[in-house]
Design a protein around this ligand. Structure first.
Ligand SMILES: Nc1ncnc2c1ncn2[C@@H]1O[C@H](COP(=O)(O)OP(=O)(O)OP(=O)(O)O)[C@@H](O)[C@H]1O
Length: 713
C-alpha cells in the first residue's frame, strides 16, 4: 500500500514538474511580448486577450489542476491521463487533449458523474455522446506549486473498485474561515447534475441543510458562463441573497472560479434601485422581533400574515386588475383648447390613447399622447394669420398645455399603491368598492396607516416593482440572462412571478430548504407554489438529501429535531465523517452567563477558526456580547445591520445564522422556555444546530424541548 502510494506520488510529482514547466514557458513568452498601449482598436482587443491569458496562466502555474482521470475513449484503444483544473490550458498542437481540461468542459463531467462500476461511462459532447472506460479517478492537492497529497477515489485495477469518499471526508474535515469556498475538486454527482442543467429552465432545488445549495448555485453560474458564452454575460446575471453579510460571506467563490462581475444583491436593494426610491424601508427589527421572540401573540397559522397575502399571485392579479381599471379613466374630461377658437376633441385624444398607443404601458401612452398634443399645437400654430397672433397663441398654448398635462393622472408606482390603499380613490364608486373588498380588512388598514406615515415595508416592494412594470414595462437593459435565488423558501410566489418578467427564458436557479423556512409568515410552504408558475417543460426539480457540512453525530442529532419537532421535514443523509458527540449541558440559571463564557472559552481554545454562540433573540445576543467582551474575549456581534462576516468568535440570534456555518456552535438557552413545542421553534433550533461543522453544544437551564434528545457523555 505504502509503495503504491509512493509511486503514485512520484508519478504525479514528475507530471506536475512537466506541466509547470510548460505553463511557465508559455507565460514567459507572453510576458516578453511588449504590452500594446496604442490606439488601434484591433490591437487593443488582442492585447486585452493576451492580458487575460497572462493572468490565467499565472494563476494556473500556482495550482494547475486538482484531478486526474484516466480514460480510454472507445475506438482509440488507448488509456489517456486527463488532468482537470479550474482553468483550462490548451496544448499548442491542437490534436491532443488539452494540457489541463477546464472543469466545466463536457469531458470533465465524467470526473464528477462517474460513480464507479465496470460498465462503460459516457458524457455529452457537442458532437454527441462519447463512451469509454474510466480507469482511474485521482485527486491531487497542489498548493503554491507544491504537491501536497494524492488520493485515488477510484482505481479499476485495484482490489477495492468502489468509489471512495476518503478525499471528500478529508476536505470536509478542514476548518472554515470567514468565507465560503469553491468545491471544484469534490463536486458530487448529484450536485454536478444541477450545475450542468440546461440554461433555459426554472430549476427548483430543495436541499437539506449543508447539502451545498449555495455553493452549487455559484458553480452553476460559472458553468453557464462557460457553456453559453455567446448567450450570457456575467453582468447580466444576478444572485439574490438574504442580506449583505451573507453576500459578503459568499463573495470569494466566483473570483476563485475565475468569474467576476456577477451582480449580487438583496431583493430589497434591487427593487429600490429599480424604483429609484430613496426611501428607507421600515426597520425589519420590529417585524423580526414580533415573529422571533419566544412566546408572544404569534399564532401557528401564517396564512393571514400580511407577507403571505402580499406575496401571493392573487395579490399580483389584483394589482393588474387595478391598473386595468385605471385605463378608462386616464384621459381627462373635456376637449383641449390651446387658445380660444382652436379645439382638439377628447374623442380624438381618446382615439390616440385607446387605439394607436394601446400596445404601450400606461405611463408611455400618457407620454406619447402628450407629445402628440404638442405636435398638434405646433401644426395649428403654423396656421396663425399674423406674427402678432402667433406670438399671442404661443403664449396661451404654453400655459394651457401645462395645465392640461397636470390634469392627467400621475403614473408612478408609489402613487398608485397609495391610491389602492386609499380605497382605490379615483375609480368609479362601484369599482373602488370592489377593489377595497378584495383586500383583507386588517391588511388594508395597516398598510393604509403605514403609507400615510411614509412607511414602506419589505413585503410591499414586490407590489411596487410590479406596478412599475405595469405602467412602464421592463426595459431591455433591465433584463437578466440568469437569476439565482438563494434561501428561496423565504421568497414568495409573487417574487418569482415578478422576476420572471425580468429574466430571459425562465432561466432561474431557485434554491432553498423548507425545513429551514423560519420566515414562513412570508415565504412559501411548498415548492409547488413556485414551480406551478411555469409550464411543466419550463421547470425542473431536484432534491439534495446528502449533507456535507456537519459530522455524522451532528446530522443525526439535527435529524431527530426534524423528525420529532418539525414532523415532515426531509432528513439529511450524512457523509460518513465522525466527530465529537453533541453535548447537551445543563446549568443552574444563576450561573448562566458564566457557563456560556466557560463553554466559549473552552471551544475557542481548540484549533477552530470560527466559533459562534447562537441566542434566541437579538436582545440576548447583545447582552451576551457585552458579557464576553467584558471578559476580554474578541467576539463579533452579528445584529442584522452588519455588512461583513469576520469569522473568529461571534454571537448572534439564531435566525440570523441562516446560510452561515461555523466550526463549532454553542446554542444558548436550549430550554423549553426559549424553544417551545411549535413546529416553528423546532425549525429555528434545527437551523441553529445545522450551522456546526465539527462540534455542537446546547446549553440549557430548564428542561430541553421534547424533540431534543439529551446527550449523555
Ligand atoms: N461536494 C462538496 N465537497 C466539499 N464540500 C462541500 C461539497 N458540497 C458542499 N460542501 C460544503 O458543505 C458546506 C455547506 O455548503 P452550503 O453552505 O453551500 O450548503 P447549503 O445547502 O446552502 O446550506 P444551508 O441551507 O444549511 O445554509 C460548505 O462548507 C461547503 O463547502
Amino acid at each position: 500500500m505504502e509503495n503504491k502510494f509512493q509511486s503514485a506520488y512520484q508519478e504525479e510529482q514528475h507530471r506536475l514538474s512537466l506541466a509547470m514547466e510548460e505553463i511557465d514557458r508559455r507565460l514567459e513568452r507572453l510576458r516578453s511580448t511588449p504590452v500594446y498601449t496604442g490606439h488601434d482598436f484591433t490591437e487593443q482587443v488582442l492585447e486585452s486577450a493576451r492580458e487575460e491569458k497572462r493572468q490565467a496562466l499565472a494563476k494556473s502555474s500556482q495550482e494547475p489542476y486538482f484531478g486526474r482521470m484516466d480514460f480510454d475513449e472507445r475506438g482509440r484503444g488507448q488509456r489517456k491521463p486527463l488532468y482537470i483544473g479550474k482553468i483550462g490550458v490548451e496544448r499548442e498542437e491542437t490534436s491532443a487533449y488539452p494540457l489541463v481540461i477546464d472543469w466545466r468542459a463536457p469531458i470533465a463531467s465524467l470526473f464528477y458523474s462517474f460513480t464507479g462500476g465496470e460498465e462503460t461511462a459516457s458524457y455529452e459532447a457537442p458532437e454527441g455522446t462519447v463512451e469509454g472506460l474510466v480507469y482511474l479517478k485521482r485527486n491531487v492537492v497542489i498548493r503554491k506549486r507544491i504537491l501536497e497529497r494524492v488520493a485515488d477515489t477510484y482505481n479499476r485495477e485495484s482490489d477495492e473498485p468502489a468509489v471512495s469518499d476518503e478525499f471528500l471526508v478529508y476536505r470536509l474535515g478542514e476548518n472554515k474561515d470567514n468565507r465560503l469556498r469553491d468545491i471544484v475538486s469534490t463536486i458530487q454527482a448529484e450536485q454536478d447534475q444541477i450545475i450542468r442543467a440546461a440554461k433555459n429552465t426554472a430549476l427548483v432545488i430543495q436541499g437539506v441543510a449543508g447539502s451545498g445549495k449555495t455553493t452549487v448555485a455559484l458553480h452553476r453560474l460559472a458553468f453557464l458562463l462557460y457553456q453559453y458564452k455567446d448567450q450570457v454575460s456575467a453582468d447580466k446575471m444576478v444572485i439574490f441573497a438574504p442580506n449583505h453579510m451573507f453576500l459578503d460571506y459568499i463573495s470569494d467563490v466566483l473570483p476563485e472560479l475565475g468569474v467576476g462581475n456577477i451582480q449580487q444583491s438583496t431583493f430589497a436593494d434591487w427593487a429600490l434601485g429599480l424604483l429609484g426610491l430613496d426611501l428607507p424601508l421600515a426597520d425589519p427589527t420590529e417585524t423580526l422581533s414580533y415573529w422571533f421572540e419566544s412566546g408572544g401573540l404569534r399564532t401557528e397559522s401564517m396564512d393571514e400574515a400580511p407577507g403571505r397575502f402580499k406575496g401571493s399571485v392573487h395579490f399580483m392579479k389584483l394589482l393588474q386588475d387595478f391598473v386595468e381599471r385605471l385605463e378608462p379613466i386616464s384621459v381627462p374630461e373635456g376637449d383641449f383648447s390651446p387658445w380660444d377658437g382652436a379645439v382638439l376633441s377628447r374623442t380624438e385624444i381618446l382615439n390616440w390613447f385607446n387605439e394607436e398607443y394601446k400596445p404601450y404601458p400606461l405611463a408611455k401612452r400618457k407620454e406619447r399622447v402628450l407629445a402628440r398634443v404638442h405636435r398638434w399645437i405646433e401644426m395649428e400654430l403654423k396656421k396663425s394669420p399674423s406674427a402678432a397672433a402667433l406670438k399671442e397663441r404661443k403664449k396661451k398654448a404654453g400655459s394651457r398645455e401645462k395645465a392640461y398635462a397636470k390634469k392627467w393622472p400621475q403614473y408612478d408606482a408609489l402613487t398608485l399603491y397609495k391610491q389602492l390603499f386609499q380605497a382605490a380613490k379615483g375609480l368609479p364608486a362601484e369599482a373602488a368598492a370592489e377593489m377595497k373588498a378584495s383586500l383583507p380588512a386588517p391588511i388594508f388598514k395597516a398598510t393604509q396607516s403605514d403609507l400615510r406615515s411614509q412607511i414602506i415595508r419589505e413585503e410591499d416592494l414586490t407590489a411596487l416593482v410590479y406596478l412599475h412594470v405595469l405602467i412602464h414595462e421592463v426595459e431591455s437593459s433591465q433584463r437578466f440572462d440568469h437569476v439565482v435565488i438563494d434561501e428561496a423558501q423565504d421568497f414568495s410566489p409573487f417574487h418569482i412571478a415578478l422576476l420572471d418578467l425580468f429574466v430571459k427564458g425562465h432561466s432561474f436557479t431557485i434554491l432553498g430548504d423548507l425545513s429551514q423556512g423560519i420566515h414562513e409568515y412570508r415565504g412559501v410552504h411548498a415548492w409547488e407554489e413556485m414551480s406551478s408558475l411555469f409550464a411543466p417543460e419550463q421547470t425542473g426539480y431536484f432534491a439534495l438529501t446528502r449533507s456535507y457540512r456537519s459530522t455524522l453525530e451532528i446530522i443525526e442529532f439535527a435529524n431527530t429535531i426534524l423528525e420529532q419537532g418539525v414532523r415532515g421535514g426531509i432528513t439529511a443523509v450524512p457523509v460518513f465523517r465522525s466527530g465529537d458527540p453533541v453535548r447537551t449541558v445543563s446549568y443552574d440559571s444563576s450561573v448562566r452567563e458564566e457557563s456560556l463564557l466557560t463553554a466559549l472559552k473552552e471551544l475557542s481554545s481548540k484549533e477552530y477558526r470560527t466559533v459562534s454562540v447562537l441566542t434566541r433573540t437579538l436582545k440576548e445576543a447583545v447582552e451576551l456580547h457585552e458579557v464576553f467582551t467584558s471578559a476580554g474575549l474578541d467576539v463579533h456581534l452579528i445584529d442584522g445591520g452588519k455588512k461583513q462576516y469576520e469569522g473568529g468568535l461571534s454571537v448572534l440570534p439564531v435566525y440570523l445564522s441562516k446560510g452561515l456555518e461555523f466550526d463549532a456552535v454553542i446554542v444558548a438557552d436550549a430550554d423549553q422556555d426559549h424553544y417551545g413545542e411549535r413546529t416553528w421553534d423546532a425549525k429555528l433550533l434545527y437551523v441553529g444546530c445545522t450551522r456546526a461543522l465539527h462540534e455542537l453544544w446546547l446549553l440549557h437551564d430548564g428542561p430541553l424541548p421534547s424533540y431534543v434528545q439529551a446527550q449523555t457523555e
